[in-house]
Structures are given as C-alpha cells and as structure tokens.
Design a protein around this ligand. Structure first.
Ligand code: CP3
Length: 340
C-alpha cells in the first residue's frame, strides 16, 4: 500500500493520494444514497449505506486510500450528548458545560453504540483491493470538546476557551472521558481492518502555547500511548488544523507518525521546524480545487517541491466543499497520480 509506505517513512513518486471529505455532498451519487437515510447519524450507523459512501470516490478517481464514512461527533452522540444534525444548520447537541452534565455522560456506551462503524470498516476492507488503504478516524479531544461545550459550533471556541481557563478541572474531566473513549474506538477500528488512523483536531487554532499543550498535545499523546499499549501498530496521522508553528511541537511530542498540513503549514518555513524525514500530508487549498484556474497545476508542483526531502501524501489542507465541481476533483487526482 502506497499510503502506508509513505506514512512509514518512504517517499513515493507519484505521492499516494486521497482527499479530506472525498465522500460527500459534491458527489451526486452520495446525495442520492444519503436520501435513503432518516438523518445523517442514521446514515453513518448503517453499514450498508456508509460502506457504499466510503467506496464511491474510489469508483470515480484513482485514489490510494478510502476513509471510513463516519463523523467526529459520533462519540458524543454515543455517549448521550443529544447530537443531532438538522438540515442546513450544522451539528447541535445539549451543551456539556458543567461538571454535573459531564459526569452524566455514558462513555461506557460508546463501544456498543459505534460498533456499526467497525462493521462498515470490515465490509469496506473486504471489498477494497489490497493496494488501497482504509483510514479510520476520530476527532481530536479538544475539537470534539469545543462542540460539546458549545452545544454545536462555537464561534471562536469562546465557550470552550473560557471554560478551559475558568474551570480547568471540568475541562480535564471532559478531555479524560474523550481520551479513553477515542482510544478504545480507534483500537476497535484498527482491529476491524483500518490500515491507518487519523485524528482530526480541526479547531486547534488561536490557542496560547500553554493551553495548546494542555488541551491538544497532552490528550493526543495519551491517545497515541493508549493505542500502542493496546497493540495497535497502524500509523497515526495527526491534523492540528490552524496550530501554526505549534504543529511542529505536536508532531514531535504526541507520538503521531505523520502530520497533516493545513494551507499555512505547507511552506518551507514551517517544514523546516520538523525533524528530517518526518512524513507529512496535505496542504492543497480546497478553494483552489473548487475554483480551478491557472494556479491549479503549479500548486501541485509547489507542494511536491516543498516536501521533496520527506515522505509526502498528497491531500488538501481542509475538506472538499459541497460546491466543488466533480470534474475538478478528477483533474486534480489525475494530475497528481499521473493518470492523465
Ligand atoms: O470523506 C470523508 O472525509 C469521510 C467522512 C467525514 C465526515 N465528517 C462526513 C460528513 C469526516 C472525516 C468528517 C470529519 C469531521 N466532522 C470534522 C473534521 C474535519 C473538518 O472538516 O474539519 C468535523 C469538524 C466534523 C463535524 C461536522 N460534521 C460538521 C461541522 C458537519 C456539518 C457540515 C455541513 O456542511 O453541514 C458535519 C456533517 C458531515 N460530516 C457531512 C459529511 C459528509 C455533511 C452532512 C450530510 O451529508 O448530510
């Protein structure tokens, strides 16, 4: 598997390629499949539908990896936080912003509640050719906590950040629960057949260094340690989106095997801060993918150039947006993989 080669330290040419949010609403066949489920959570927890959604982008494009169709908010859903996805509104849940509410969460229910995701993984692994990798994932504890504390999307993560300073023990209790639940969930995904694992810490931005250490680095390091203690050998990709130069500390101190880059970090000035040979992934602007135009191809070349001294996995710096033309995705994947 090309992806596992790169994540294990071997540069490949052309680079293994997959795209964040490669399954989803920009694909007409996804929208059609999605209409068969009552709501988004129901869709994620139906292995027949979720397995098909996982495979859809690989039927169209010569990608090197599939990522299991699921969501980072399934853990709070299964722990009883009342997660719902209303159409056009984004995620909502009951705000978990007091010690009493956090102590009332049922972390023990997560494994059984999310068993369908592992079933999706087994089914996809069975259908996928041997050279294609299957990626399992979860949210980073801080990012998931920001949604839980805010009761949904929390602009500037204000509610989570103020709780972090005002009641550090309350936040610690929430992060502790998330660390344990996430490590068990990812262990189950690895045992079900995931070849690599990814932690999406999408809201790592704008944190002062001491807070970044406490809420991003330290919980992530505990998850990686718990995975290794459980005997999970699959490589782990970490994505501390928006962390700026702190992403270099994250890469070294958490024990992840590879760093997913946002747009800003795909630069020589940043990459210089990483240990030689540390594998990286990503960086291509999803807005450029949506827009097309003259920079479309030169940006691919730039990313391949700036990462020349280390293993690189081609990917975006954040997820594909629903308005992206399918033909642009075909063009990008074709360009990178050399198939057209
Ligand atoms: O193809 C893939 O990448 C796999 C599937 C995947 C989804 N969500 C499906 C999804 C993955 C890896 C995620 C991760 C995720 N979910 C993140 C981290 C990555 C990132 O983008 O920063 C975050 C922050 C979430 C939380 C989340 N889920 C939000 C904010 C939303 C609403 C967004 C919107 O535009 O409505 C979701 C819903 C969601 N997750 C959709 C999909 C395809 C859209 C819902 C639908 O199809 O009805």
């Amino acid at each position: 598997m090309k992806l596992i080669g790169a994540l294990s330290g071997a540069r490949q040419d052309p680079p293994p390629t997959w795209l964040m949010r490669q399954a989803g609403r920009y694909l007409p066949e996804y929208r059609e499949l999605r209409a068969q489920a009552r709501d988004f959570i129901d869709f994620c927890l139906r292995p027949d539908l979720a397995a098909e959604a996982t495979l859809q982008p690989l039927r169209r494009f010569p990608l090197d990896a599939a990522i299991v169709f699921a969501d980072i908010l399934l853990i709070p859903y299964a722990a009883g936080a009342g997660v719902r996805f209303a159409v056009g509104e984004g995620p909502r849940m009951d705000a978990q912003d007091t010690r009493v509410k956090i102590d009332g969460l049922d972390w023990g229910a997560v494994a059984a509640g999310l068993a369908p995701v592992c079933e999706t993984i087994s089914r996809v692994r069975e259908d996928l050719p041997d050279d294609k990798a299957l990626i399992g994932f979860a949210g980073g504890p801080w990012t998931v906590a920001t949604y839980m504390i805010g009761g949904g999307k929390d602009p500037d993560r204000w509610r989570a950040r103020t709780l972090a300073w005002r009641e550090p023990e309350t936040l610690a209790a929430l992060l502790d629960g998330l660390v344990e639940a996430t490590a068990s969930y990812l262990t189950a995904q690895a045992r079900a057949g995931a070849d690599a694992l990814k932690l999406f810490d999408s809201w790592s931005e704008a944190l002062p260094e001491p807070l970044f250490e406490r809420v991003v680095i330290e919980p992530t390091a505990r998850i990686v340690a718990l995975l290794r203690e459980a005997g999970v050998e699959q490589p782990v990709i970490g994505f501390p989106r928006g962390a700026g130069n702190l992403a270099a500390r994250y890469a070294v101190e958490t024990g992840v095997d590879a760093l997913a880059l946002d747009m800003t970090n795909a630069s020589p000035a940043f990459l210089h801060l990483l240990p030689p040979g540390f594998p990286v992934q990503g960086g291509y602007d999803p807005a450029l993918l949506a827009a097309g135009g003259p920079a479309f191809e030169t940006e691919v070349e730039r990313l391949i150039d700036v990462t020349a001294s280390r293993p690189y996995v081609f990917n975006l710096g954040h997820g594909i947006t629903p308005d992206t033309p399918v033909e642009n995705v075909a063009r990008l994947v074709g360009l990178v993989t050399g198939t057209r």
